[in-house]
Write a protein that binds this ligand. Structure first.
Ligand code: SF4
Length: 341
């Protein structure tokens, strides 16, 4: 079995959920996951695919899902057998605040000399607080961390300095925190493939299915997602992914889009290997009618038949739905805006 150099761990929202009953509230009602929030962020797949492509063997382990599915799964025993160059833990959604830090604490106790890297939207927002924790060595900030994580892994591998790794928060030998500039903000998603072959290869490579499943009943409902963009042109008030939030927190001035033909390729690859529904994240009209037209044309050409979920940020007219139904036989609509403005 290949020895991974980076192990990406996904924690449950509350690490102690197997021993202590907790009332969670509506924290996971709009996603296909239980309140344990065993679904890991899709960024795990793009980071793992990107690192593998650049020669860093990377393994995703959904600890939350294993704890949920296997009541006798011994997390500490499992972790003690892993010896990567670094562990990565997501703190993307805030409900994972306790779970991610507790998991990091256990990792650090078992492997004091292996660096622990945090990343995700919430980790970016709270990077100054997070880096103070003894179990956190690095925080990789921003909405696009594939390249910064690769650079960090290369430095860790060769024992090199990290002062110039973009988007990185780190601690020096005296424990003083440093925050490198959040300068890695790609203007397009064309070089960031979302490779859904990665989980399939990973199952064979690491001989574990439960560890890589995105959420507990995924095999019954194998929904996947593709991104048209990172960022948003709108400013719904309660949204952490709004134009304002992306500018203020992730230093993104402009929305980055994926070329429609590449997006159609992504969907085609999912249809070929997984065959489940595909959620297209981001209104396909956001970059302009031309983008929607090109994407629908490319999907028609590729004979996309899997169910497609389209996200709309504003009502669409009859002509749009006519075009959609001509291009794809099976679709449904999700409305995204959370406020009138
Ligand atoms: S349209 Fe969706 S992603 Fe954009 S700001 Fe509104 S809720 Fe957030």
């Amino acid at each position: 079995m290949t020895r991974p150099e980076l192990v990406l761990l996904h924690a449950p929202s509350n690490y102690d959920f197997r021993g202590r009953p907790v009332v969670y509230g509506p924290i996971s009602d709009v996603i296909p996951s239980t309140p344990i929030f065993e679904m890991y962020p899709i960024g795990f797949i793009s980071i793992a695919g990107y690192l593998e492509k650049h020669g860093i063997p990377t393994r995703i382990v959904n600890i939350a899902n294993r704890m949920l599915r296997e009541p006798r799964f011994d997390v500490e025993r499992f972790l003690s057998k892993l010896h990567p160059l670094a562990f990565g833990i997501d703190l993307h959604w805030l409900p994972h605040a306790q779970g991610s830090l507790e998991l990091a604490r256990i990792v650090k106790r078992l492997h004091p000399s292996i660096p622990v890297i945090f990343g995700g939207f919430s980790a970016t927002y709270f990077h100054q607080e997070l880096i103070q924790y003894p179990q956190v060595d690095f925080v990789v900030r921003g909405d696009s961390t594939e390249e910064p994580v690769l650079q960090l892994m290369q430095r860790i591998k060769h024992g090199a300095a990290v002062e110039d790794v973009p988007n990185l928060s780190w601690k020096d030998g005296s424990g003083v925190a440093h925050h490198n500039a959040l300068s890695w903000v790609p203007s397009s998603l064309d070089d960031i493939p979302l490779d859904y072959n990665y989980p399939i290869k990973s199952v064979i490579k690491y001989r574990s299915l439960a560890g890589v499943l995105p959420f507990s009943n995924w095999l019954d409902y194998p929904i996947t997602a593709v991104f048209t963009c990172r960022g948003c042109t709108l400013n719904c008030r309660s949204c952490g992914g709004s134009r304002f939030s992306f500018k203020e927190i992730y230093n993104r001035g402009e929305v980055a889009y994926r070329h429609p033909s590449l997006l159609a390729d992504d969907i085609h690859s999912i249809q070929r290997y997984l065959g489940g529904p595909v959620f297209i994240i981001g209104d396909i009209r956001q970059p302009g009618e031309d983008y929607a037209e090109k994407l629908l044309g490319a999907m028609k050409k590729k004979r996309i038949k899997v169910p497609i979920v389209l996200e709309l940020f504003a009502p669409a007219g009859e002509a749009f739905f006519r075009e959609v139904s001509r291009a794809i036989p099976n679709f449904n609509i999700q409305m995204s805006p959370e406020s009138h403005d």
